[in-house]
Ligand binder design. Structure first.
Ligand SMILES: *Cc1c(COP(=O)(O)O)cnc(C)c1O
Length: 364
């Protein structure tokens, strides 16, 4: 039998190859390669897709987060609340702003930041709640926004895994003050290289990040602030325009595959939760099992590849030495990192492949 891959970017993108080639030719012949009309067009379309006023293309998702936080002009040493089980990039964006990441445990059912554990972490230095819509599910934004209003905090959304995901028909990226997307090739909206975007309804913040991404300059050779080089390429923008038109279809395909897991996978495996208010886009479909590592080996023996998102929680990474208090414990994040397993759910996977994964899993 043929190996079922976890991901294959060439197969994922194969349906778009002809359009990509046309766009490559257009951009090549235009002679304009960075921050041009394609970037503007993508920014307009992406803002419209998210029902938000402004979208600003940047070089990658980490930069989108760094510049989003930077635009808030908070004092160095400020505390930013962040979920303890996120991907390291979210935490790095806080550190690169000379702020202090303060970990909040996730809800074990949703894997997203637990709103009931936020207020106990707020101090007079707290300025931002940085939420992450992990695996493609929007966080409990009603509760989070209410807490932020009460304590006068900014909200920033990390939407790197949640393109098109919704809560009560409202897209992720429209709840916070300023919000970040990644278009890393594996994401639901993925480019053919690095790319990212910031989304906001605030004209003031949009202008700030537009200046910050391009050497702190809004007029060529005149620099108002200490900026960055985090510009988006025309080629990546052109490829993203092609894929944005198919994003809903990509998400729907992943949701169909997820529905097979929900319907047929036996209850020995802890599946994600579903709720009618939430439109989840399954960047990752994870299950949890106490013998996760054995289960992964078993699947591999049966020609099925899986991944672990993520094997080591941020607090236990070597790079984080000295960042957090030694006494910090994150039992919920640890439990997730020890037991989670991500199953195949890419745009190129066929239903019969997912049914085979289910059949093999149910025999475990
Ligand atoms: C991928 C990802 C990022 C970073 O995006 P890059 O484009 O790789 O810089 C940030 N946060 C989360 C949750 C991610 O999954």
């Amino acid at each position: 039998m043929k190996m079922i891959e976890y991901e294959n970017l060439a197969k994922l993108n194969a349906p778009f190859f002809d359009d990509f080639q046309n766009e490559f030719k257009n951009v090549m012949e235009s002679g304009w390669y960075i921050l041009g009309n394609k970037v503007k067009e993508f920014e307009n379309d992406f803002a419209e897709y998210n029902n938000s006023k402004y979208s600003i293309g940047v070089a990658n998702g980490l930069d989108a987060l760094i510049l989003a936080i930077k635009s808030l002009d908070i004092e160095p040493g400020s505390e930013i609340l962040v979920p303890s089980n996120t991907y390291i990039a979210t935490i790095l964006s806080i550190i690169h702003n000379n702020c202090k990441p303060v970990l909040v445990e996730p809800d074990i059912a949703t894997y997203n930041i637990d709103p009931s554990k936020i207020e106990e972490k707020i101090t007079d230095k707290t300025r931002v709640i940085l939420v992450v819509h992990l695996y493609g599910k929007i966080c409990a934004m009603d509760e989070i926004i209410e807490i932020a209003r009460k304590h006068n905090l900014y909200v920033v959304e990390d939407c790197a895994q949640s393109h098109g995901a919704m809560l009560k028909n409202r897209k992720g990226g429209t709840f916070g003050d300023i919000n970040a997307f990644s278009f890393y090739p594996t994401k639901n909206l993925g480019s053919l290289g690095d790319a990212g975007a910031i989304v906001t309804d605030s004209e003031k913040l949009a202008e700030k990040v537009t200046v910050l991404r391009n050497y702190g300059s809004s007029k060529k050779y005149y620099n108002q602030v200490v900026g960055f080089n985090s510009r988006l390429d025309e080629l990546q923008a052109a490829f993203l325009l092609v894929k944005l038109k198919h994003l809903d279809q990509i998400n729907q395909h992943k949701r169909n595959l997820a529905s097979l897991y929900f319907k047929y996978l036996k209850e020995d495996f802890v599946k994600p939760v579903m709720h009618p208010d939430y439109y989840d886009v399954y960047h990752i479909f994870n299950i949890r099992h106490p013998q996760r590592d054995k289960l992964k080996q078993y699947l591999l023996k049966h020609e099925i590849k899986t991944e672990i998102h993520y094997p080591v929680p941020p607090v236990k990474q070597k790079a984080m030495e000295g960042i957090f208090e030694n006494a910090i414990v994150t039992p919920v994040a640890d439990e997730i990192h020890d037991t989670t397993l991500s199953l195949p759910i890419s745009y190129f996977h066929k239903e019969d492949e997912i049914l085979r994964v289910i059949e093999i899993l149910n025999q475990y």
